[in-house]
Design a protein around this ligand. Structure first.
Ligand SMILES: [Zn+2]
Ligand SMILES: [Zn+2]
Length: 103
């Protein structure tokens, strides 16, 4: 299974195309923009409580057989949060002072 390259930020719904340098993901592939991760989420994934890292860029060119963006395209399924904003804010406040490695 390849990483699911999701098309949008779950918080603000901005587009995050596969070559975006602003995309951040948690280990479950929950996807947000860098701005929301920093200002709204304080590096706490609202879905799982984990931290975020920069999403890698899938190569456009097929350097190795079958492994390019064209052969393994990005997802087109937009995801939205299943928690409301007050819940997310409380969750992030609870966890943000604990580094991801200790959560
Ligand atoms: Zn966002
Ligand atoms: Zn997550």
């Amino acid at each position: 299974m390849a990483l699911e390259l999701r098309p949008n930020c779950e918080f603000c719904d901005i587009d995050l195309p596969p070559d975006s340098l602003e995309a951040r993901i948690c280990t479950f592939e929950c996807t947000f923009c860098a701005s929301c991760v920093e200002t709204e989420l304080s590096n706490v994934c609202p879905n799982c409580g984990g931290g975020f890292e920069k999403r890698p860029i899938r190569p456009k060119q097929e350097w190795r057989p079958g492994l390019s963006l064209a052969k393994r395209p990005a997802s087109t399924t937009r995801h939205q949060l299943s928690y409301d904003k007050p819940d997310i804010s409380a969750f992030s406040t609870r966890l943000r002072d604990t580094p991801p490695v200790a959560r």
